[in-house]
Design a protein around this ligand. Structure first.
Ligand SMILES: [Zn+2]
Length: 111
């Protein structure tokens, strides 16, 4: 089991260092349908299934993805420029990440 709150805290520390003017969004861990995470300015929701994936890098990828939406509420190039600063997989293992995203897409779409 991955401790999502602990991962979130660790990610936030780095993210907030870069963007200190941001307020920390509250974390919700819940049952989400067809998505790993959601961001709505004051809170970030993570799919509780992430706890069981046993892939901490993918979990951090999802967390940083949602945090990057605090800067850009879209998937523009500027959004990915923010994400790339933090995401360990986007930085080094783009192809591997892509495979994981595809594999995990199948899991998240299961009920
Ligand atoms: Zn997104």
């Amino acid at each position: 089991m991955i401790d999502l709150q602990r991962e979130y805290d660790g990610c936030w520390e780095l993210f907030h260092r870069q963007y200190p003017y941001l307020e920390r969004p509250k974390l919700y861990i819940k049952k989400l349908i067809k998505t790993w995470g959601l961001c709505a300015k004051r809170y970030i929701s993570l799919n509780r299934k992430l706890q069981k994936l046993d892939d901490v890098y993918f979990v951090r990828h999802v967390i940083y993805h949602e945090m990057s939406h605090l800067i850009h509420m879209n998937h523009s190039r500027a959004f990915y420029d923010v994400l790339k600063q933090f995401d360990p997989l986007l930085k080094k293992e783009n192809e591997k990440l892509h495979k994981r995203v595809e594999a995990f897409k199948a899991i998240v779409e299961r009920k």
